[in-house]
Ligand binder design. Structure first.
Ligand SMILES: *Cc1c(COP(=O)(O)O)cnc(C)c1O
Length: 409
């Protein structure tokens, strides 16, 4: 009873807080709130959605008294015996919501809600290495494009996997002929496809690259992991869903971030693979957990899967389809506006990342733009990642700042 009373009070305080700015009692923290809120208004350079829709979740969380329950998802979310002080049951529903969207069959899938896109890639590479070793008794070679997200290179290093960086074309896509050149056909191949590449938003051409691999039947075994941290969010809800469909593309596993398109308010993600891959991992039978531990982490966040589940219910297929269309329309608008003021800019097919001639430092700072460099595009570059919050109004303000800085030059 006391607990519930406390929760009610907390809820009322939090509702009051949303009306008049509430003090935390820590001036240093209170001072940051305005800084954060201001920065949120103009951030355009990074792929986190700033339109998180979890207010009702947090209200429920406090009102239900769950704030004093320490849950932990250690263990396998896909078993039929989820542990009680966990949200594994809901985590499994999240995986089963998304699996068909990426072309996985519900009776042939395994997955988990990860701590981030990097955590998902860690599982992709780890599962790939174990699967290939298990199939062939040999050490695989990892191939990834030199424009892919650095986490893949870091993780190859961490896992001590021999890696070849494959050259990419000027737009950032892995070049099939370059893959052909570096292939070690006597060893199993673990390939990571970038969807998209970090700076230019390139999508590796899975069909063309798969064809290169298929033209070498002497390769002992192949594993394809798709790093779709950003694009894996909106593509399944767009007309281009075939790009992340494993029925069409034939990959073994995929990793997607939760805090990018899906709008979770802190890092999380999805890792999904087939049953065959799961069944060919290394066993660690841990009697005090609910099952065979194949995932890398022991303790795992219980709240992120629950927030994810909440969003599958509150936003769901309809909401994310609407957001995907909006985001691609906003990308078109940004490109049009840049074209109309003659500002050199480029965008890959299906990408929400527009890169362009780098503006002044003032504009870079104001909009927290990410920077890049490529002689083939005139040298200094920057990009905008068009997420849900990059509205027409924000784009107009950004374009006005570009015009103003041009006048000052
Ligand atoms: C963002 C991103 C990552 C890293 O994901 P985190 O969730 O930040 O760990 C990896 N690969 C790609 C393609 C990305 O866009």
């Amino acid at each position: 009873m006391k607990k519930h009373l406390f929760s009610l009070v907390t809820l009322l305080v939090s509702i009051a807080g949303s009306v008049s700015a509430q003090s935390s009692g820590y001036p240093e923290l209170d001072a940051m709130v305005q800084t954060w809120k201001d920065a949120q208004q103009t951030t355009l350079g990074y792929p986190a959605s700033q339109e998180s829709d979890l207010a009702l979740f947090y209200q429920w969380y406090l009102a239900s008294g769950m704030d004093v329950v320490n849950l932990n998802n250690a263990g396998d979310p896909m078993t039929d015996a989820p542990s009680t002080l966990s949200t594994q049951k809901f985590e499994r529903q999240v995986i089963e919501f998304f699996a068909p969207l990426y072309g996985f069959k519900l009776d042939d899938v395994w997955g988990l809600v990860t701590h981030s896109g990097t955590d998902g890639n860690n599982h992709g590479i780890y599962f790939g290495v174990n699967y290939l070793r298990n199939q062939t008794g040999m050490e695989p070679v990892l191939y990834v494009s030199n424009e892919a997200h650095y986490s893949n290179m870091r993780l190859a290093h961490l896992q001590n996997v021999e890696m070849y960086l494959v050259a990419s074309d000027s737009m950032g896509r892995m070049i099939p002929d370059s893959l052909e050149e570096v292939l070690v056909t006597s060893r199993p191949a673990l390939i990571v496809y970038a969807m998209g590449s970090t700076f230019k938003g390139a999508i590796d051409d899975q069909k063309a690259l798969n064809a290169v691999l298929a033209s070498h039947p002497e390769i002992p075994a192949v594993y394809r992991h798709v790093d779709a941290a950003l694009f894996g969010g909106y593509l399944p809800f767009s007309p281009y869903r075939a790009l992340v469909d494993r029925d069409t593309m034939r990959y073994e596993s995929i990793s997607v971030s939760g805090h990018k398109f899906f709008g979770l308010d802190s890092p999380s993600g999805l890792f999904i693979c087939t049953k065959e891959i799961y069944d060919n991992q290394v066993d660690y039978n841990v009697p005090y957990l609910n099952s065979n531990m194949r995932m890398i982490n022991c303790s795992r966040d219980a709240l992120q899967p629950l927030k994810f589940w909440w969003l599958t219910k509150s936003i769901g297929h309809t909401g994310w389809t609407y957001q995907a269309a909006k985001l691609l329309a906003q990308r078109d608008y940004l490109k049009q506006q840049l074209d109309s003021i003659g500002w050199p800019n480029w965008v890959n097919d299906y990408s929400n990342t527009v890169f362009f001639r780098r503006p002044s430092q003032r504009v870079i700072s104001k909009y927290t733009l990410a920077q890049g460099y490529d002689d083939r595009f005139g040298g200094e570059l920057a990009h905008v990642v068009v997420m849900q919050h990059v509205t027409k109004e924000k784009i107009d303000m950004f374009i006005a700042d570009l015009i103003e800085q041009d006048v000052q030059r």
